[in-house]
Design a protein around this ligand. Structure first.
Ligand code: UFG
Length: 353
């Protein structure tokens, strides 16, 4: 019988792409999502992102529950109804700037949500989890490329980043307290791109905070111009350098992390960087997107954004050695796939209702 995976936040950007790969790898999937940050769809129906996940995977989900992770009773009900073998945990708030304005909401959703999930898992006897973490735990990196040995938690400037760090700490303590746990934390660098079909992709509600979705909305004519946040950094062209990773590569990384969580030899806690190891500047990103879309992307250089650092690039050799994972898709493919999704859905999933 195939294994059943509960995916929290499965209707969201990385969650939906990962759910496809889990279904393709032969897993059964139950999704739990509160839909606070995605198009929910009609009452009693699946969110549009998940309708398309089922179409693309040619396979149905075992269940979908519109439940918040902070609702312990409702969550426990899902575990009672389904014999879950492992959890892939995405559900969280993720806007850095908003987290500074609404720290309580971020701690509640991201930290309390994770604590409740882990408690409910323990009650249900489920001890395997893959966690959606972030390179943000490294703060302003002391050296590059940042490997998993790099100190974490120092100099975190916003509540969002702290919630990711705190949850990693909780998981380490939990793994140390009981050898049943098998917890894998994946530290994403900058996820971008979309499914190559153009049927699912990133769908920010409101103005995008991140570079690639903003560039895509300028290219499609939804926004007039991009603000480039600073060109006086100590980088080759003065603009910020990041390690962008295709969301389908990232999704495959979750399947491999899950294999690790199910392997006989693994116990405890481990974290892995998921990136490409290649730095791309804001100007390089704009150029690649123009090439992929054939559209101009007007931009204006403005002042630096508070909290930004010059460069963040991953060392990914641990994920390659221990998970057998490596990013395979390059910048051009990231831009082409993001553009296909954007062009077909200028209003994201709102146009699918
Ligand atoms: N940028 C612009 N203009 C924009 C948006 C971004 O110039 O409109 C620049 C930024 O200054 C930065 C680069 O593009 O140099 C990338 O910015 P993003 O906002 O796309 O990504 P960040 O690296 O700032 O943030 C990402 C994740 C966060 C995570 C953080 C740290 O989105 O969740 O990495 O790891 F916290």
């Amino acid at each position: 019988m195939s294994r059943l995976i509960l995916v929290t936040g499965g209707a969201g950007y990385v969650g939906s792409h990962t759910t496809i790969e889990l279904l393709a790898a032969g897993y059964e999937v139950v999704v739990v999502d509160s839909c606070v940050n995605c198009v929910a769809g009609e009452e009693g129906k699946l969110p549009p992102s998940l309708v398309r996940v089922q179409e693309l995977a040619k396979k149905s989900l075992v269940g979908f529950y519109r439940v918040s992770l902070t609702d312990a009773l409702a969550l426990a009900g899902v575990f009672e109804k389904h014999r879950v073998d492992a959890v892939v945990h995405f559900a969280a708030l993720k806007a850095v700037g908003e987290s500074v304005e609404k720290p309580l909401e971020y701690y509640q959703s991201n930290v309390s949500g994770t604590l409740t999930l882990l408690q409910v898992m323990r009650e249900a006897g489920v001890h395997r989890l893959v966690y959606s973490s972030s390179a943000t735990v490294y703060g302003a990196p002391q050296y590059l490329p940042a490997d998993e040995q790099h100190p974490t938690g120092a100099g975190l400037t916003n509540p969002y980043g702290k919630t990711k760090y705190f949850c990693e700490q909780v998981m380490q303590d939990l793994a140390a307290s009981d050898k049943e746990w098998r917890l894998v934390s994946l530290r994403y660098f900058n996820p971008v791109g979309a499914h190559p079909s153009g049927r699912i992709g990133e769908d920010p509600l409101g103005p995008p905070n991140n570079l690639m979705p903003f560039v895509a909305q300028v290219a499609v004519g939804k926004r007039e111009e991009l603000s480039v946040f600073g060109n006086d950094y100590d980088t080759p062209d003065g603009t910020g350098v990041r390690d962008y990773v295709h969301v389908v590569d990232l999704a495959e990384g979750h399947v491999m992390a899950l294999d690790k969580a199910f392997s006989k030899s693994f116990r405890g806690y481990a974290s892995y960087n998921l990136g490409t190891g290649r730095g791309v500047s804001v100007l390089e990103m704009i150029e690649a997107f123009c090439r992929a879309s054939g559209k101009p992307v007007p931009y204006r250089v403005v002042g630096r954004r508070a909290g930004d650092v010059a460069s963040v690039v991953a060392s990914c050799s641990l994920a390659e050695e221990q998970l057998g994972w490596r990013a395979r898709r390059d910048l051009q493919e990231m831009c082409e796939d993001a553009w296909r999704w954007q062009k077909l859905h200028p209003n994201g999933f709102r146009s699918c209702q």
